[in-house]
Design a protein around this ligand. Structure first.
Ligand SMILES: Nc1nc2c(ncn2[C@@H]2O[C@H](COP(=O)(O)OP(=O)(O)OP(=O)(O)O)[C@@H](O)[C@H]2O)c(=O)[nH]1
Ligand SMILES: [Mg+2]
Length: 243
């Protein structure tokens, strides 16, 4: 389907942040530069749960500067899944996009997601593994090996098949899909992406993937040992949760 000005899209851009004082200003400058140039309107929702650095202070100045900017502050840290869920449920846009801090994916990729949603998809996920994607800077070897093991676990243990990259931090949803999925999502850590896919499938929503250009951001909130244990706990909870 061809897009036109009459589509009159309203996009919500949700950014979960935890201790991102070194990146958040640059990210928000890029977000405003890019989306101000597009033919649709937008809002930005940043969700901070308990950052201990200057993130919260920096976000307050953005709130003072832009009417279409909202920051959701929570005092207790719960995790990326919690933050994305809060942002998605508060989003007012026809379409919602969540992205990571650190500009791993060029914002131009949003247009591919919008086209898929206009073509009938309920959700469109950026994918580093789809044909046509371009990895400019890879993750370190131990993370790539972890990702390979994780992909096998997701396929054979969690029964999630047909999505090539479940973890990419660049995912778009139509409003009805986002609300249906995220009001059911209980996972507050990094495994929320898996629950998102399973809930989308349960509700018969159409999830598509699109290739992206991606550059690894070596600065991460993921702690390999404690993070992997939390991920495992979350996967078990998702798998054995009663409907
Ligand atoms: N609000 C909130 N955001 C978080 C939390 N953990 C991570 N994030 C955000 O989620 C995004 C992705 O986090 P990263 O730490 O880069 O994790 P990742 O991209 O999944 O993992 P890497 O591949 O190691 O980068 C960033 O914008 C983080 O600030 C959290 O506990 N709370
Ligand atoms: Mg990252």
């Amino acid at each position: 389907m061809q897009r036109s000005f009459s589509d009159n899209i309203f996009l919500s851009v949700v950014v979960p942040v935890f201790n991102e004082e070194n990146k958040i200003d640059k990210d928000l400058v890029q977000i405003y530069d890019y989306f101000n140039k597009q033919d649709y309107t937008f809002e930005v929702i940043v969700v901070d749960d308990g950052s201990e650095d200057k993130t919260c202070k920096l976000l307050k100045s953005w709130e003072a500067k832009y009417q279409n900017f909202k920051c959701l502050h929570y005092t207790q840290n719960k995790g990326k899944g919690f933050a994305v869920r809060e942002g998605m449920l508060k989003a007012k846009g026809d379409f919602s996009l969540f992205i990571d801090a650190g500009s791993c994916v060029p914002l131009e990729e949003t247009e591919k997601g919008i086209s898929l949603l206009l073509d009938g998809g309920d959700a469109a996920f950026g994918s580093r593994a789809s044909a046509g994607s371009k990895i400019i800077q890879k993750q370190p070897l131990y993370r790539r090996m972890g990702a390979w093991l994780f992909a096998l676990t997701v396929k054979w243990f969690m029964g999630v098949d047909g999505i090539k990259d479940t973890q990419c931090g660049f995912k778009m949803f139509k409003r009805h899909a986002a609300h249906q999925i995220f009001k059911r999502n209980k996972t507050e850590g990094f495994m929320f992406d898996i629950e998102t896919i399973l809930n989308a499938r349960k509700m018969g929503l159409q999830v598509m993937e699109f290739p992206i250009t991606w550059k690894n951001d070596p600065d991460t909130r993921f702690r390999f040992l404690s993070g992997s244990l939390r991920n495992l706990r979350e996967l078990l909870k998702i798998k054995f949760r009663k409907p």
